[in-house]
Design a binder for this molecule. Structure first.
Ligand SMILES: [Zn+2]
Length: 370
């Protein structure tokens, strides 16, 4: 049972009202009778006990044994002490006098795991773009999480030929790691102690992976990671980072029509098409949208859909990971890279081609100037 299932069964209004009540922290314990009456006042008809029992299955609430005053004019929830004293603190009736005993019942308490809030977020884009989606993205995040989640957009500028070289990757990753460390310090100064959630796109995902692997950044911790159009190898082992607490969870958003990532391994060293095929590591949540290309997930309409309450990314960012479900979730069982010789050849050929073009242009320029 997920939040979506609840909405389907009990209607959006009733479920939203329940979640709003849980978030508000107004009532530590929910009495189904009072909850039902409150809903009815707002014109929402629902069987609150059934809804709350289902919400227990969705890990939103916990069911707790309680007692109710037996007096029909009262029927309030009373605590163990009132039961032991045979006295209702609300209607002042003495159960020994009335001869009626408190009635056993259940109340519901917000499950601690109900939902986390996104503390703050870092977005890291791909190499041949300044990421036009990012402005829309930060706006939507700010709008969606109501100022609770500051967004840092990491800009490393345009990188083109540099993607061919490992040394350039390492340089960019060091820059990214240093920037994240500074941002974490800034967040702490602003009383945000939690690690950031991360959205990585395309080549930005490879840089993030390198930061994870670099010993000099082993102190950096992260919340939940959303990888879109990722060029990380599908056999990358995320588990150690989840086990040692450096990462909370990973969602790989695949695009069934991502035509870019299958080429990554031929040009960008040590990469692969995770953005198309997902990750083998069972710790990763692979989801796929068959209509998505390399960046479709960031198109205004899709971004809005993914981040809307109950949307795929929204649920991944907020729900307990154990209860996360999505109809597009899938597992990848095997992947192997194309023969190393082929990969090395294509990359070497591209480097030579770039070299030749650059040399030609320089000679041409010299001749013009002469
Ligand atoms: Zn009473």
């Amino acid at each position: 049972m997920t939040e979506d299932d609840l909405r389907e069964h009990f209607g959006r209004q009733a479920v939203d009202a329940l979640i709003a009540l849980l978030r508000s922290g107004q009532t530590p314990e929910i009495d189904p009778r009072i909850f039902e009456a409150t809903l009815a006042e707002s014109g929402i008809e629902t069987e609150s006990v059934r809804l709350l029992d289902a919400a227990t299955e969705a890990h939103l609430v916990e069911r707790i044994r309680a007692w109710r005053c037996p007096q029909s004019i009262c029927h309030r929830i009373i605590d163990a002490e009132a039961v032991a004293n045979h006295h209702c603190p609300y209607c002042a009736s003495d159960f020994r006098e009335t001869g009626e005993n408190p009635v056993e019942t259940f109340v519901y308490r917000s499950s601690k795991a109900i939902s986390r809030s996104v503390p703050w977020l870092i977005a890291i884009h791909g190499f041949n773009t300044r990421g036009p989606w990012q402005e829309d993205f930060s706006w939507r995040i700010a709008h969606r999480f109501k100022y609770h989640a500051p967004v840092l957009i990491y800009k490393y500028g345009l990188v083109r030929v540099g993607v061919l070289f490992r040394w350039r990757h390492a340089m960019l990753a060091r820059g990214l790691g240093a920037r994240i460390r500074k941002a974490v310090a800034d967040a702490r100064e602003n009383q945000i102690e939690e690690p950031p959630d991360i959205v990585i796109h395309s080549f930005g995902s490879q840089l993030f992976r390198l930061v994870l692997e670099m010993p000099e950044f082993s102190d950096l911790k992260f919340g939940r990671i959303i990888a879109v159009g990722s060029v990380i190898r599908p056999d990358f082992d995320w588990s150690p980072y989840l086990r040692n607490g450096r990462i909370e969870a990973v969602l790989c958003q695949c695009g069934g029509q991502d035509g870019a990532v299958p080429f990554a391994q031929f040009f960008i060293p040590d990469t692969g098409p995770a953005g198309r095929y997902g990750f083998i590591d069972p710790c990763v949540i692979n989801v796929r949208d068959d209509k998505y290309g390399h960046s479709t997930a960031f198109a205004a309409r899709e971004l809005s859909r993914n981040l809307a309450r109950g949307g795929r990314w929204d649920r991944f960012l907020r729900e307990p990971i154990a209860s996360f479900s999505d109809s597009s979730r899938f597992e990848l069982t095997a992947w192997s890279p194309v023969f190393a010789l082929v990969r090395h050849f294509t990359r070497a050929f591209t480097i030579l081609l770039f070299g030749a073009i650059t040399f030609g242009l320089v000679r041409f320029a010299c001749r013009c100037l002469a």
